[in-house]
Write a protein that binds this ligand. Structure first.
Ligand code: NCD
Length: 324
């Protein structure tokens, strides 16, 4: 695995939450929280990253992740370039590195990478110059570390603790990088009752998610949950024959008000988005009083500010010297 930490223990890259300590996660969440502002207020801004340049290199569609990385970088005073690259997989590794070298020559200090193929962020991290950082914006079905952090922050804001919570992750867990990173974050932060609820074809392999209880029925799995984390069906990661029918899926697995009532009365509902309303979640639940879905979006910018500051901030703003 690519080393994410510098020799002094600080974070250089963020490719996965795996291997980060509870203390490191707590510190990132605390810093993230300091960037959260109520809706209607001006967002938090600083000049910590003035002079730094961040490149978003996305080969898979993204709205929230890309925009929130961009806003996070800009609100810290950095410059941002966005590249949506379409590469055939045959030339991908090589072309990706060529693009990275080009941008590096243009003084890019951090790359945010989203790709459908596992290993691409780590490949780039292995080849960048020592002063350059790589952040994953979502890697295949493997991990989505900033999403895991923003999910943990959302849970903490609403529940004010991790210990003693029951968190149910529901739906297409097998193909979900969001579920994998949320699990890493929440288990490390002290949530002990983590449940996976999915129909058998969407349940991950047995060796994965150690310590999680597995339920193949929504009703039993939701009972007493404090947090219900819904997932999108990842059609793009399934073969044609594996695609569940939307209506039938909703009938058996959709989160409706009636089903949500099986969880604790103060349970919160989360979804990383994009949502398939009427397939994995009913609209009145997504927009209802228990929904924390918009908090997740807001927290996304705060978390990405904390992460960018952590990986780039220690270098300080470069001094511009005169030509004397
Ligand atoms: C997720 C992703 O891309 O992994 N979206 C996101 O980043 N908020 C979830 C998804 O696409 O289902």
């Amino acid at each position: 695995m690519t080393e994410q930490l510098r020799s002094d223990g600080s974070l250089r890259h963020l490719l996965t939450l795996e291997g980060l300590s509870r203390q490191q996660l707590e510190r990132l969440l605390e810093r993230s929280q300091s960037f959260v502002r109520p809706l209607g207020a001006r967002p938090a801004m600083s000049r910590t990253l003035e002079g730094a340049t961040v490149a978003n290199l996305f080969t898979e569609p993204s709205t929230r992740t890309r925009v929130s990385f961009e806003l996070a970088a800009k609100r810290l005073g950095a410059q941002v370039v966005n590249l949506e690259v379409q590469l055939s997989s045959r030339v991908k590794g090589e072309s990706m590195l060529d693009t990275v070298y080009t941008l590096q020559a243009l003084h890019v200090d951090a790359f945010v990478i989203r790709d459908a193929e596992a290993g691409v962020p780590a490949l780039v991290a292995e080849h960048v110059a020592p002063h350059v950082s790589v952040l994953s914006g979502g890697e295949a079905d493997v991990s989505h570390p900033t999403q895991g952090l923003l999910d943990a922050l959302t849970v903490y804001q609403r529940k004010e603790r991790f210990e003693g919570l029951t968190v149910a992750i529901v739906g297409d867990i097998r193909h979900s990088r969001v579920a994998r990173s949320a699990w890493h974050a929440l288990a490390t932060l002290g949530v002990s009752d983590l449940r996976l609820i999915a129909p058998p074809p969407l349940m991950p392999d047995g060796g994965e998610f150690p310590g999680c209880a597995r339920h193949t029925q929504l009703a039993t799995g939701l009972k007493g949950a404090d947090v219900v984390m819904m997932l999108r069906i990842q059609k793009e990661r399934m073969g044609r024959g594996d695609l569940p029918d939307g209506e039938r899926y909703f009938a058996a697995w959709g989160l409706t008000r009636e089903r949500l009532a099986l969880a604790r009365p103060d349970a919160i509902v989360m979804h990383p988005q994009p949502m398939n309303r009427g397939i994995e979640i009913a609209s009145d639940v997504a927009d209802g009083p228990q929904s924390a879905i918009r908090d997740q979006v807001r927290n996304g910018v705060a978390v990405r500010m904390a992460v960018l500051e952590e990986v780039l901030g220690s270098r300080g703003a470069p001094r511009v010297t005169g030509s004397r």
